[in-house]
Write a protein that binds this ligand. Structure first.
Ligand code: BGC
Length: 761
């Protein structure tokens, strides 16, 4: 089989607060279920005596054997000492199917798992409890499948709208990330296995992900790109972390002393292990000294050829007379590391530190030690119910003019238009691919919802294929169906799926490649316009991993729903929302620009690279990411960060902001003034009125999702600690709180502020 270029191939390798700056109440679930667990990183030191005793028994060869993969997803293992292999699996929205050691998938494997909505859908729930529930499903299923580490969550900042991997990430806002990541990690780790937060750091695009050299100001690094990772370590207590492919300030992330040693291990006190992304180590000495504890990667020859191990070993150059060494023994942290220490014994403490970190994770996940892990569960009804709940709370109602939604169940004929309605997405996207136990497509969900008494007329309207243009005949069929129906539901947007015969079809939401543009693919703009022309009451549903341009027809549409990639129960969740069984409560975790060129990464930044140098990228957009840019630079978005409508209405009562020593308490009432039960995400933004440095117009520093029955009022109280008011001072190399006046803006989105208060600190 033909080899793909390396930057594609690595995809298949896969294919394959600051303590929450705000002390908004931790989710009750997370609080109770994790009450007994130690916080931060201390739990990783609970078995230090045993770890050191075990380390003493190991030969140098055995130590080095622990530092690298021994097949696509397994590493280490020393039989003599009873040390098992570490088994890993992607991640990040379900446990992926078995690939087999040599990329020969086992024939009868019971590996069709729960397919959760993608990470961006989770972020859209703004519900910390669901972060925990989501992690619980992953941890439980990983455990049941014999995995020790689940390769998720993905938490890189959604900076560039074209990033092919935005669907695996959470948000453009660091605070929202800190809040959602903690529950996810605790959920996974309370099941006994480890989470692996990825990709550290500055891996915000797939174009040239293997070799792009990213640079940015120290302020942008500290204020925007690192808070999620810091919260994962210090609040989430994550056991493992993955070093990204890209370079940062001239050095690969996996070998980057500043990122790995100075910040992660020293400043943040990370006690766990750093693994490389698959094939992201490039130098033995640098990795030994500066960063990675465990080198992961995959034997691409085996992966593509399906050949057996000995054939691969021969192909890779081992002479028949030499002792059989596997492909993995030639990793940077394998034979070359052994040779390096043998030559220079002063390197030994570095090896010991790495082995120690690996053993700590093994004790923390009960792979070693007297107590054994409780068994996990696979594909339970409860897990499927979590998938449904996350989708129901993550789907976002973007527009609903004249209350077109919810639709009435008394309809007789429904036209469902759009090839996405009938398309499964679980096997798509790269390393996040899943063999789902089942996947309810939007079309199936609508059939389930409406039953046999309603006629559903499905018309694809377009063909999912690269460079597909609008097709007059298909449009005519769609228009005819739209005219003949009582209700029209258009399901389009982007796709998420690998078709192995046509790689390039996947240049939409997929790993290792960014999107070509932000337009609706496959000629959909013309189709949507024609369908809306034929029936102005058409509801437009979008699928996708990030923002998409809707400006060509958004003014014409009365109702627009963003459904992301909503997982195995996604079609049911969507139908529940469209027909009013569930009141939407999702909010956008990133801005939808009117057009791609408006995005700060395009306008101020250098995405995808510095002009004339494809391997260099300076983040000139600095801290002006997402709404920080749109609001400060007064650029109108299509849909604002934090936006999402409901079938009911909420009234925000009077706001009080009570300052105390370097902190504040924010209190207000919220009332459901409509006739339907619903949930509102009350968002708190802080604005510094006068500052020595330019600061954003507003920054999210707190939120609460409040569930209200019709007529019900609740009092919402949120704490804003000192951190909520600080910025990173590059000269002082620290966060500073500049005394003075601050505004507290409370609203339903970043552009829908309902109450304003102020305080002087
Ligand atoms: C991806 C990682 C993934 C790994 C293992 C890599 O290509 O970047 O996110 O966990 O493969 O599949």
């Amino acid at each position: 089989m033909q080899f793909l270029p390396l930057h594609y191939a690595t995809a298949f390798g896969a294919a394959c607060l600051l303590a929450a700056t705000v002390g908004a109440a931790q989710s009750p679930a997370a609080a109770t279920k994790s009450a007994a667990a130690p916080t931060g990183q201390a739990h990783l030191l609970a078995h230090e005596a045993e770890v050191n005793a075990l380390l003493k028994k190991m030969t140098l060869e055995e130590k080095v054997h622990m530092l690298h993969a021994n097949s696509a997803f397994a590493a280490g293992g020393i039989e003599r000492l009873g040390i098992p292999e570490i088994m890993t699996s992607d991640g990040p929205h379900g446990v992926r199917p078995e690939q087999g050691r040599n990329w020969k998938p086992p024939v009868d494997a019971n590996d069709a798992s729960t397919y959760l909505p993608t990470n961006n859908t989770l972020a859209s729930t703004w519900n910390r409890d669901l972060g925990y529930a989501y992690g619980t499903v992953l941890g439980s299923e990983a455990n049941a499948r014999g995995k020790d580490i689940i390769l998720g969550p993905g938490i890189n900042i959604v900076r560039a709208p074209l990033n092919g991997r935005n669907f695996e990430y959470l948000s453009e806002d660091p605070y929202l990330i800190t809040q959602m990541v903690v529950g996810y990690i605790k959920g996974v780790q309370d099941q006994g296995v480890s989470a692996c937060v990825k990709h550290y750091a500055a891996n915000n695009q797939e174009t040239h992900r293997d070799d792009v050299d990213v640079d940015m100001s120290e302020r942008a690094l500290r204020e925007i790109y690192l808070p999620g990772f810091k919260a994962a370590v210090q609040v989430g207590g994550v056991n493992t972390l993955m070093g990204s492919y890209n370079k940062f300030r001239g050095t690969y992330a996996t070998e980057n002393a500043y990122l790995m040693k100075t910040i992660l291990k020293q400043e943040w006190g990370f006690n766990g292990l750093v693994m490389s992304d698959w094939g992201s180590v490039h130098n033995t000495d640098e990795a030994l000294r500066n960063g990675t504890d465990l080198e992961m990667g995959t034997d691409l020859y085996l992966m593509y050829s399906g050949a057996d191990q000995s054939a691969a070993t021969a192909a890779a150059g081992t002479t028949p007379t030499a002792p059989k060494r596997s492909y993995y023994d030639r990793f940077y942290l394998a034979d070359p590391a052994l040779a390096a220490v043998q030559k220079d014994p002063s390197l030994l403490p570095l090896i010991d530190d790495k082995v120690r970190r690996i053993l700590r994770v093994m004790y923390a996940t009960k792979m070693l030690g007297a107590t054994k892990r409780q068994p996990g569960a696979f594909n339970t009804k409860g897990h499927q119910a979590t998938a449904l709940k996350v989708a129901e709370e993550g789907i976002v109602l973007l527009k609903n003019e004249g209350n077109l939604l919810p639709l009435k169940k008394s309809v007789k004929t429904v036209a469902v238009i759009g090839a996405n309605a009938d398309r499964a997405n679980s096997m798509g996207g790269g390393s996040g691919q899943l063999k789902a136990k089942y996947e309810i497509t939007p079309l199936q969900g609508l059939k389930n919802e409406l039953g046999s008494g309603v006629t559903i007329n499905y018309v694809p309207g377009y063909t999912i294929a690269r460079d597909q243009k609008a097709d007059a005949q298909q449009i005519a069929q769609a228009v005819a169906a739209a005219k003949a129906a009582d209700a029209v539901i258009y399901v389009g947007g982007s796709i998420h799926g690998y078709d192995y015969t046509k790689w390039s079809d996947n240049a939409y939401d997929a790993e290792a490649v960014d999107k070509p543009d932000l337009k609706m693919p496959f000629g959909q703009d013309a189709l949507v316009q024609a369908v809306l022309g034929a029936n102005p009451n058409t509801v437009v549903v979008l699928l996708g991993g990030g923002p998409i341009e809707v400006a060509p027809w958004a003014g014409q549409a009365k109702a627009i729903v963003e459904a992301w990639y909503p997982g195995m129960e996604g079609g049911n969740a969507l139908a529940h929302i469209l027909f009013g069984d569930v009141n939407p409560s999702g909010k956008l975790p990133f801005t939808f620009p009117v057009k791609l060129e408006d995005a700060p990464a395009m306008k101020l930044g250098e995405y995808p690279s510095t002009p004339g140098n494809p391997l260099k990228e300076m983040y000139k957009d600095d801290i002006w990411v997402g709404y920080r840019y749109y609001d400060t630079y007064k650029v109108a978005p299509q849909f604002a960060f934090g936006h999402g409508l409901s079938y009911t209405t909420f009234e925000y009562g009077k706001l009080t902001v009570k300052p105390a020593a370097q902190r504040a308490t924010v209190t207000l009432t919220v009332r459901n003034t409509g006739k339907t039960a619903g949930a509102e995400v009350v968002q708190v933004y802080v604005k510094d009125l006068k500052s020595a440095v330019k600061r954003p117009e507003k920054e999210l520093k707190g939120f609460e999702k409040v569930f209200l029955k019709p007529g019900e009022t609740k009092t919402v109280t949120m704490q804003l600690p000192a951190d909520a008011f600080k910025y990173y001072d590059e000269a002082k190399k620290q966060w500073v709180l500049e005394p003075g006046q601050f505004e507290v803006l409370v609203g339903s989105s970043s552009r829908d502020i309902r109450q304003t208060g102020s305080l002087t600190l």
